[in-house]
Every structure is written in structure tokens, then in C-alpha cells.
Design a protein around this ligand. Structure first.
Ligand SMILES: *Cc1c(COP(=O)(O)O)cnc(C)c1O
Length: 366
């Protein structure tokens, strides 16, 4: 089976972890600080605050920006659920917008409609889904015009660029995940990046039980600190991120050039966007997705369906009063299939994935 994801852990990661083990400083320390500095600089941000996950990074970013009970945050109906759960954790309310059919990212037109219906909305949380940046010209303009705080969920987009500018540098704060299936990993882990000193200061307090001075707790915070062990893996992975992303992009280019099944639509990347292909997500048309994924399974090709449901229709969101129908999301969720594009694929693997896809023919279709 060619897997849908495969973390690339090599000798540098192992050596870095052993060095931390030998140092005796396992928890928060200088390795974390170095990782924060290197990664936030790469994102074009002044400050980085490492956390235990992408989910906790999102919650901390929202809280650090003052989002809380009674606030409305406009966001996409189509993402991993953590994007929206983080809003609910703060006591705020998500206001959903639909997606663009071509890119699967939040649709600026739908954001405008959400703003018109909710002129009191306080923030806009966008997700650069599958490694492709949102249309940041349109989104920054909407945020500015309506005085919305802007948060970027970059959990799938480490190093992705809009018109040459790296994601994580557009808004008031941005959040990354370092889960093993992402473009780089720390095991579990995340980071808030921001160039606003007061937001960074607040985020730093929030992840460390509100402590600036030992055992003086200024606010009610959490323990969301990253360990030195995780940060050591992160530094080693970060050194390889450009190579990982280049490999993903080369694999994607191969699929763009070689997938030729009339039932399959390859992903569309906007002009101005540089995708880092966290996923290579195709659309299988005419209701043939079930047969298509059975064909992949029978032929040893791993796949993922990201995502089979919109967020507002998830069981956990039933009864919270959200509309469960989003025309574009509802069409796309029935068509998408993500195929292996990760840097662990060999040339033979990539060719094999393309071959299997091109051979797919549903029963009864000539
Ligand atoms: C993975 C992911 C998260 C959450 O990250 P974790 O590290 O798993 O908590 C948030 N948003 C998106 C879009 C993600 O893909």
C-alpha cells in the first residue's frame, strides 16, 4: 500500500532528540526558544510562541486577540474541525462562509455576505486549505474595510505563499500545526506567530499559566508549553522543510501532467498562489467517488477524504443553531479524494498512483 502520509524522520531528528535527552533539560527551554525564533522569522513574523498543538495555538491566538464570549468570528464551513472548535472554546460564535469551488478555500464573496448579515463580527479566521493560500488580496481588503481582526490557520500551509509573501505574515496572528501528517512535524505541536508585541505577550502568558514571574499568576492560563524534545525534532524538520515542499510540488506537477481520467479534476491553483500541497485533492465527478476509492484500495493506493462533512453539519454541532447547508461545500465534500503527494514517495510510487487513477472506469461506463 502506498500510504497517504509518511513522516520523514531521519538521523538528524534522532540525534537532536538524543542531545536533548543527554542535556537533562526535557521540558521548555532554549531549544524551544530557538525553534520559535527560526520558525517565526521564516513566517515573516516578529514573535513565535510554541504550543502543544495546532488546536491550542488557535485557541491561544484568539484569546490573545481578545476574542471571547459574545464575539462573532467569520470562518469557513470546510476545514478540519479544530479551526472552528477553537472559536467555540473561547465562548465566541463561528459565523460560517462557503468555499470557492476551484480552490476549496473560503470564498471572499461569501465572507462579504457574512459581514453584511453580521456587521458586529469581530474577527475573520481563514484557513489555507491543503497547502494553498487563500486569495489574500481580497481577504486583507475585507478585513481592513470592516475592521476585522485577521487570523490565519496555516496548519496545512508551512511555507505557502501568496504573490511571493509567505502565509502567517498577513494577519494579526497565525497558527501552525506540527502534527506528523503535516508538511513538517514535532510529533504533536503548534505555534502562534504574530508581529504584534502585546498579542505575543498575552499568548506567552496564556500558554504558561499566566506566569511572567515564577508563581505569580497574572491571568488564568494553561499549560500549553512545547517540550525541548518536540522542539528539537522541529528544528531538524524545519531545516528540511524547503526540500520537503519542493518534493511535494514536484509530485503535484507530475500528477497535473499525467492524470488524464475524464472523471477526475486535478486541483486548481490560483494565479499568485504558491501551494505547498499539504494534500493533492482531486474531484471525482458524476457520483463515482465510492467506486473510485474502492478501486484505489484494490490497487494498493492510500487515500483520504478531507472532509466528508461540512463543519456545521458535524454531530457535535447539531443543536448549536447553525445552518447545515452550504451549496459549494455540499457539492465538493461528495467529490474530493486526496491522493499521496508526500515527500516519502518514490518516482515509481508517483507513477503507480497516476497509472491506477487513469485506469479507473466505473462499471457500466465505456
Ligand atoms: C491539523 C489542523 C489543525 C489542528 O492541528 P493539531 O496540531 O492537530 O491540533 C487545525 N486546523 C487545520 C486546518 C488543520 O489541518
Amino acid at each position: 500500500m502506498i500510504p497517504i502520509a509518511k513522516p520523514q524522520i531521519g538521523q538528524t531528528e534522532k540525534d537532536a532528540v538524543m542531545a536533548v535527552m543527554d542535556s537533562g533539560m526535557l521540558a521548555n527551554g532554549t531549544v524551544v526558544a530557538d525553534f520559535e525564533t527560526e520558525f517565526s522569522r521564516f513566517c515573516g513574523a516578529e514573535f513565535g510562541i510554541a504550543t502543544t498543538s495546532g488546536t491550542t495555538a488557535l485557541e491561544v491566538a484568539l484569546r490573545a486577540l481578545g476574542i471571547g464570549v459574545g464575539d462573532k468570528v467569520i470562518t469557513t464551513a470546510y476545514s478540519f474541525i479544530a479551526s472552528t472548535n477553537s472559536i467555540l472554546y473561547t465562548g465566541a460564535t463561528p459565523i460560517f462562509a462557503d468555499i470557492d469551488q476551484q480552490t476549496f478555500n473560503i470564498d471572499p464573496v461569501s465572507i462579504e455576505q457574512a459581514v453584511a448579515a453580521h456587521p458586529d463580527a469581530k474577527a475573520l479566521l481563514v484557513v489555507h486549505l491543503f497547502g494553498q493560500p487563500c486569495d489574500m488580496d481580497a481577504i486583507c481588503a475585507i478585513a481592513k474595510k470592516n475592521s476585522l481582526l485577521l487570523i490565519e490557520d496555516c496548519a496545512q500551509a508551512h511555507g505557502s505563499k501568496w504573490k511571493g509573501q509567505v502565509v502567517g505574515s498577513f494577519g494579526d496572528a497565525a497558527c501552525f500545526s506540527f502534527y506528523p501528517t503535516k508538511n513538517m512535524t514535532t510529533g504533536e505541536g503548534g505555534m502562534v506567530v504574530t508581529s504584534r508585541p502585546e498579542v505575543a505577550d498575552r499568548a506567552r502568558l496564556l500558554i504558561n499559566h499566566g506566569m511572567r514571574v515564577r508563581y505569580t499568576h497574572e491571568i488564568i492560563g494553561y499549560n500549553y508549553r512545547m517540550t525541548n524534545i518536540a522542539a528539537a525534532i522541529g528544528l531538524a524538520q524545519f531545516a528540511r522543510l524547503a526540500e520537503f515542499n519542493a518534493k511535494r510540488q514536484a509530485n503535484a506537477r507530475y500528477f497535473d501532467d499525467h492524470l488524464a481520467n475524464p472523471l477526475v479534476r486535478t486541483p486548481v491553483v490560483l494565479s499568485g498562489a504558491t501551494s505547498v500541497y499539504h494534500q493533492y485533492t482531486i474531484r471525482v465527478l458524476d457520483g463515482h467517488r465510492d467506486a473510485f476509492v474502492q478501486h484505489l484500495e484494490a490497487n494498493g493506493v492510500g487515500y483520504g477524504i478531507f472532509y466528508p462533512f461540512s463543519i456545521p453539519e458535524q454531530p457535535a454541532y447539531k443543536g448549536l443553531g447553525f445552518s447545515a447547508t452550504w451549496p459549494v461545500t455540499d457539492e465538493i465534500k461528495q467529490q474530493v479524494v486526496s491522493i499521496p503527494v508526500h515527500p516519502g514517495l518514490s518516482e515509481e510510487d508517483v507513477a503507480q498512483v497516476a497509472k491506477v487513477i487513469n485506469e479507473f472506469k466505473p462499471k457500466g461506463v465505456d
